[in-house]
Design a protein around this ligand. Structure first.
Ligand code: NAD
Length: 351
C-alpha cells in the first residue's frame, strides 16, 4: 500500500486530486497536509473524509517540525506538492508571503523528504517528490507558438516568479543529490471547488448575485483551460510513470480569451437560470499589472511518453463546472462569507 503525502489537499486542485485518487484506487493511503489558509476548505473533502484510507493533518509546509512529525509517523512513498499561495492578484499586493510559502515551504519539504528517504546507498527505491507547477513560469507568448518543457523560464508576476524559484530548487535537488523528483507544469484549471477569487467561479458567483463582472484590460488575454480532473489524471500518470528528474507540461489546447469565458458564463446562466443576467453586467477595469498576454501549452511529451490525453472538452467541462457551482450554492455562500467581501471590495469596489 503506497502512502501519498498530499500538501494543499484542501485547496482547489488538491481536493479534486484526492477525490480522483480515492475513487480510482482502494490500495493507497492519502495524507492530506494543509494549513487551511483562506484558500483551504475541508468542505471540499466531503465524501472522502470518512474513507479509512484518508487522513487529514493540519500543518504548515514552512514548519519543519510539522512536516517531520508526519514523516516520522508514516512511511511516505510519494509527496504530491500542491500547497502554495496561488492567486496572482494577491501576489502583486503581498509578494513576501508567496516567497515564504512557495519557495521556502518547498525547500523545507524537500529537506525533510530527503532526510527520511536518503540512505548511504542513495535514495530508497520507489520514492518520488512530485512538484505541481504552472505554465506561468514560462512567461507570456505572442500570437503563435507554444510552451514546451525547454522554453526558457521567464516569469513576470511575484506568483509566477515564486513558483519558478521553487521549480529551480526541486531541479537542484535532482541535479545535486539525485533526489527522485518530477515537476509538472499545467495550464489554467477549471472545475468544482475553486475559490471564487479566480475567474470562472467569480463570474458565476457575481452573475447569481447580479454583480458587475470585472474584466481586465481589453479582455483579450488568452489562457489555455484544462478541466481539473484531466490535470489529476496527468499527475497520477507522472507519479507512476514519469522519468525521474523530468518536467512534464500538461494542457489540452483549449485556448480562450477571457472575454469569451465571460460571455460563455453569462449565456449559460441567461439561458438556464436567470434571463435578467446579460452582457450589461460586464465592466472593463484597469488591466492587471504585468498581465501576461497569452499562455499555450504543448503537451506532446506527456502524450508520447505516458499516453496522457484530456478527456473533457472545454464545451462539456465548462457546462459541468457552471452547473456544479449552481448546484452547490451553500458551498459558495460558505466560502464567500467573512473575509471574502473585504477582499473583493479592495480589489474591484463594491458593485
Ligand atoms: N489553479 C490553477 O489553475 C493552477 C494551474 C497550474 C498549477 N497550479 C498549481 O497547483 C497548486 C494548487 O493550486 P490551487 O489552485 O489548488 O490552489 P489553492 O489556492 O486553491 O489551494 C492551495 C492550498 O494550499 C494550502 N496552503 C497554503 N499555504 C500552505 C502552507 N504554508 N502549508 C500547508 N498548506 C498550505 C491552502 O490552505 C490551500 O488548501 C499550486 O501549487 C499552483 O501553483 C494551479
Amino acid at each position: 500500500m503506497k502512502t501519498y503525502f498530499v500538501t494543499g489537499g484542501a485547496g482547489f486542485i488538491g481536493s479534486n486530486f484526492i477525490h480522483y485518487m480515492i475513487n480510482k484506487y482502494n490500495d493507497i493511503k492519502i495524507i492530506n497536509f494543509d494549513k487551511l489558509t483562506y484558500a483551504g476548505n475541508l468542505e471540499n473533502l466531503k465524501g472522502v473524509d470518512k474513507n479509512p484510507n484518508y487522513i487529514f493533518i493540519q500543518g504548515d509546509i514552512c514548519n519543519k517540525d510539522d512536516v517531520q512529525k508526519v514523516f516520522s509517523e508514516y512511511e511516505i512513498d510519494y509527496v504530491v506538492h500542491f500547497a502554495a499561495e496561488s492567486h496572482v492578484d494577491r501576489s502583486i499586493k503581498e509578494p513576501e508571503v508567496f516567497v515564504k510559502t512557495n519557495v521556502l515551504g518547498t525547500v523545507n519539504l524537500l529537506n525533510v523528504a530527503k532526510s527520511f528517504w536518503e540512505t548511504s546507498e542513495g535514495f530508497k527505491a520507489g520514492k518520488k517528490f512530485l512538484h505541481v507547477s504552472t505554465d506561468e513560469v514560462y512567461g507570456s507568448l505572442g500570437e503563435t507558438g507554444y510552451f514546451t518543457e525547454t522554453t526558457p523560464l521567464d516569469p513576470h508576476s511575484p506568483y509566477s516568479s515564486s513558483k519558478t524559484g521553487s521549480d529551480l530548487m526541486v531541479k537542484a535537488y535532482f541535479d545535486t543529490y539525485k533526489m527522485p523528483v518530477n515537476i509538472t507544469r499545467c495550464s489554467n484549471n477549471y472545475g468544482p471547488f475553486q475559490f471564487p477569487e479566480k475567474l470562472i467561479p467569480l463570474l458565476i458567483n457575481n452573475c447569481i448575485n447580479h454583480k458587475e463582472l470585472p474584466v481586465y484590460g481589453d479582455g483579450m488575454n488568452i489562457r489555455d483551460w484544462l478541466f481539473v480532473e484531466d490535470h489529476c489524471k496527468a499527475i497520477d500518470m507522472v507519479i507512476n510513470g514519469g522519468r525521474l528528474g523530468e518536467v512534464y507540461n500538461i494542457g489540452g489546447h483549449n485556448e480562450r480569451t477571457n472575454i469569451h469565458i465571460v460571455k460563455t458564463v453569462i449565456s449559460y446562466i441567461n439561458e438556464n437560470v436567470d434571463s435578467s443576467v446579460t452582457e450589461s453586467l460586464i465592466k472593463y477595469v484597469e488591466d492587471r499589472k504585468g498581465h501576461d498576454r497569452r499562455y499555450g501549452i504543448d503537451p506532446t511529451k506527456i502524450k508520447e511518453e505516458l499516453g496522457w490525453y484530456p478527456e473533457t472538452t472545454f464545451e462539456i467541462g465548462i457546462k459541468k463546472t457552471i452547473k456544479w457551482y449552481l448546484d452547490n450554492q451553500t458551498w459558495m455562500k460558505n466560502v464567500t462569507s467573512g473575509d471574502y467581501q473585504n477582499y473583493y471590495t479592495k480589489m474591484y469596489g463594491n458593485k
